[in-house]
Design a protein around this ligand. Sequence first.
Ligand code: G4F
Length: 328
Amino acid sequence: MKRKALITGIAGQDGSYLAELLLAKDYDVFGMIPRRSTPETQTLRIEHIGSQLHLEYGDVLDLASIYRVMKLVHPDEIYHLAAQSHVRISFTEPIHTTSVISLGTLNMLEATSEFAPWARFYHAASSEMYGNTPDYPINEDSRMIPCSPYAAAKLQAYHLTQIFRVSKRLFASNGILFNHESPRRGLNFVTAKVVKGALDIRGGRADRLELGNLDATRDWGHAEDYVRAMWLMLQAPQPGDYVVATGREVSVRDLCAYVFDKVGLGDYRKYVVTSERFLRPFELEHLRGDASKARRDLDWQPTWTFETMLDEMIEVLGRRLSAAATAD
Ligand code: G4F
């Protein structure tokens, strides 16, 4: 019998890589997608996978729809990735962000304990939960001091996952993933924005790039490595909480320096300007993770570096942009 996996947020960056990984491991993969007014673009990241994927309409805020999907699928493993995942936008849409993340996770946990209590449950927690913690580098025991509506909502969902683990005896694990990127990253996250910005300037489609805080640092890995950690968490003998990170911290400024140089534009300072618009009302300044527990207990380690990840993004986005320019 094939194992069955249900993924919420399957059409996102992580959902698409996770679906590929699980199909390669011979799972039956089901995705729950909410109805949107833009179905033409909604599934772009998973279109190449084709009919191997089973997609069902369902919304994490609509408990009845989750019940329907759970009863239909009878999943062995549930990967709950759906969220409003943009931190700056969470200041603009705090109620929507909090509902989708906190209530959405509670709904998924309730539905799991009601209809699939045997299933192993993965919750996509986030390194944002640590905020500007003084405990550095960050591991599972570091203090969590969230500094955005997004992070506060993730912290609640993280606790709910732990509470269901104990009170309902669910095999429920939190993946505390640090930033992870790829050519499938949305263009309003800083790595993809910088890569596209540099390629647009090189192609004559723009003459400058507006960014927010250049001094922030992040611990950036590749999404392909990070979805492998999700799967490993659900294969472990016991549920738990795991930091997933590379252990290396790079500033947005150094990200720009690398990308602009790599595409042949030289000094990024000729093109990058800071704009109030992209500053956050409360910034998380620095993130660097210590993934010793995942390395030890899950035998996980990253295979991509910051540079190889950006090189791939530059190559793939470059091809995509030239194809679009030709089509024009
Ligand atoms: O790429 P970002 O928007 O990612 P952020 O806020 O760190 O969050 C991402 O990683 C989290 C895991 O740690 C996830 F939970 C979350 O869902 C998301 O995937 O911004 C990275 C840094 C920030 O410090 C931001 O202020 O880049 C800085 N930045 C500077 N200029 C910018 C910009 N970020 C964006 N998005 N756009 C800018 O123009």
